[in-house]
Design a protein around this ligand. Structure first.
Ligand SMILES: NC(=O)c1ccc[n+]([C@@H]2O[C@H](COP(=O)([O-])OP(=O)(O)OC[C@H]3O[C@@H](n4cnc5c(N)ncnc54)[C@H](OP(=O)(O)O)[C@@H]3O)[C@@H](O)[C@H]2O)c1
Length: 329
């Protein structure tokens, strides 16, 4: 099979398309002919060697795929050869074939393309777990979504809206603002402004009133996180999802105490590994929302695997809105 391999960690140029042996499914595992793999921001960290979990080299990165079941190991009950599935893995999706634990394979709706299937896995699951499992979102609440035109962000805007929230989206450009609005954001606030701390608070308060927002979903970190802390309503929650901006923020705990704020973390892949049945339920719920027309993954571009560098550079250079996918065949 073809596979993009990391032999040494480093810049994106170190990733090379090579021939590799086909993997073989063991008991409880499924072999998938990969049709599409979506690029997620953490893939860049894995390639560079700065992610928290790194497999032994050489390996294929990629956590999010769709394809067709080619073979199943003993004891597999969730799918059979020929089924169209999406799946999430720790690594290995940037390859022609991938072996996946069967509980992590999800039958895709018939109307969904492979590109959409790959784009509607990890980010939408992360969005749902951030909003519901960690954030305890209730209908009618206000949610601030940072990085709202990115992969996790745009999925979160759509899912929050579908769950009945009022959504405030924070973004850094006109193009991203328009996309957030067209995907359901009720209000848009800008982060590309002077004096972000003051401006952010006044923009959010102009949108939802002086009370602030009930829930914040933050995949950005850095200054955006710092500014966000000042717009949480009394007894609000903030879910830490990631640090795309590069700096891991620090919080003065006195501030949490004074406003009765809950600061929560989310590492979605732990749910994938520890609670796969819960993830299966959520994925099916997301698919029902897709079939009802309330969710629609935004695939900005699909690149052939041979053009992987352009795709990865677009994510690295902050040029992506929604998702970019690699097509394997
Ligand atoms: N906790 C979990 O389980 C989990 C799961 C998936 C992803 N993540 C993390 O969530 C974060 C976002 O992932 P993603 O796939 O949504 O990424 P993405 O599609 O690249 O979006 C990231 C967004 O962050 C904003 N941003 C601000 N400063 C940036 C910078 N210096 N470089 C790049 N983006 C910057 C950008 O929005 P603006 O231009 O509008 O500011 C961008 O749209 C990453 O840190 C990732 O590791 C965590």
């Amino acid at each position: 099979m073809k596979a993009l391999l990391v032999r040494e960690h480093g810049p994106l140029e170190t990733l090379a398309l090579e021939e590799a042996p086909d993997p073989v499914p063991g008991p409880g595992e499924v072999l998938i002919d990969v049709r599409a793999a979506s690029i997620n921001f953490p893939d860049l960290l894995v390639i560079q060697g700065t992610y928290q979990k790194l497999p032994p080299r050489p390996f294929s990165p990629g956590k999010d795929l769709s394809g067709v079941v080619a073979a199943v190991g003993e004891g597999v009950t969730t799918c059979k050869p020929g089924d169209r599935v999406c799946a999430q893995v720790e690594f290995g999706a940037y390859a022609g074939k991938c072996v996946v634990r069967h509980l992590n394979c999800h039958l895709m709706p018939a109307s969904m393309s492979h590109a959409e299937g790959a784009a509607m896995g990890l980010t939408y699951l992360t969005a749902h777990f951030a909003l519901v499992e960690r954030g305890r979102l209730a209908a009618g609440e206000t949610v601030l979504v940072n990085g709202a035109a990115g992969g996790v962000g745009l999925a979160t805007v759509q899912v929050a809206k579908a769950l009945g929230a009022t959504v405030v989206a924070s973004v850094s450009s006109d193009e991203k603002a328009a996309l957030a609005r067209s995907n359901g954001a009720d209000h848009v606030v800008r982060t590309d402004v002077p004096n972000l701390r003051e401006s952010f608070r006044s923009q959010v308060q102009d949108s939802v009133g002086p009370r602030g927002v009930d829930l914040i979903i933050d995949p950005v970190g850095g200054e955006v996180f710092d500014a966000s802390l000042r717009v949480i309503a009394w007894s609000g929650r903030i879910v830490v999802v990631g640090f795309a901006e590069g700096r891991i923020p620090e919080v003065k705990t006195g501030y949490l105490l004074v406003k009765n704020i809950a600061l929560l973390g989310l590492q979605w892949s732990d749910y994938r590994d520890r609670e796969p049945m819960k993830v299966r339920e959520v994925q099916q719920r997301l698919y029902r929302m897709y079939e009802a027309g309330s969710l629609k993954p935004h695939v900005m571009a699909a690149y052939r695997i041979e053009d992987h560098r352009r795709a990865l550079e677009a994510v690295r250079d902050r040029k992506v809105v929604g998702k970019v996918v690699l097509l394997m065949q």
